[in-house]
Unconditional design. Structure first.
Length: 64
């Protein structure tokens, strides 16, 4: 199972997304949800593979 962890500008965790069965599903959801998350104060997200306890990658919700 995969989930997104929400982080603010000081890297404090604000919460997490629902769980997704695979990485593709998690990424597809984020592609639609990121504007609303940004409006709620989420600056970065971290994708976690909960089954393996592994951090996959982290990214900013702001454009480069």
């Amino acid at each position: 199972m995969y989930a997104w962890r929400y982080l603010d500008e000081s890297d404090q965790e604000l919460g997490s997304s629902r769980r997704f069965p695979d990485q593709d599903s998690a990424e597809a959801w984020l592609g639609e949800a990121w504007p609303a998350l940004l409006e709620q104060g989420v600056e970065q997200v971290l994708l976690v593979d909960e089954a393996r306890g592994a951090r996959m990658y982290r990214m900013s919700l702001r454009e480069a």
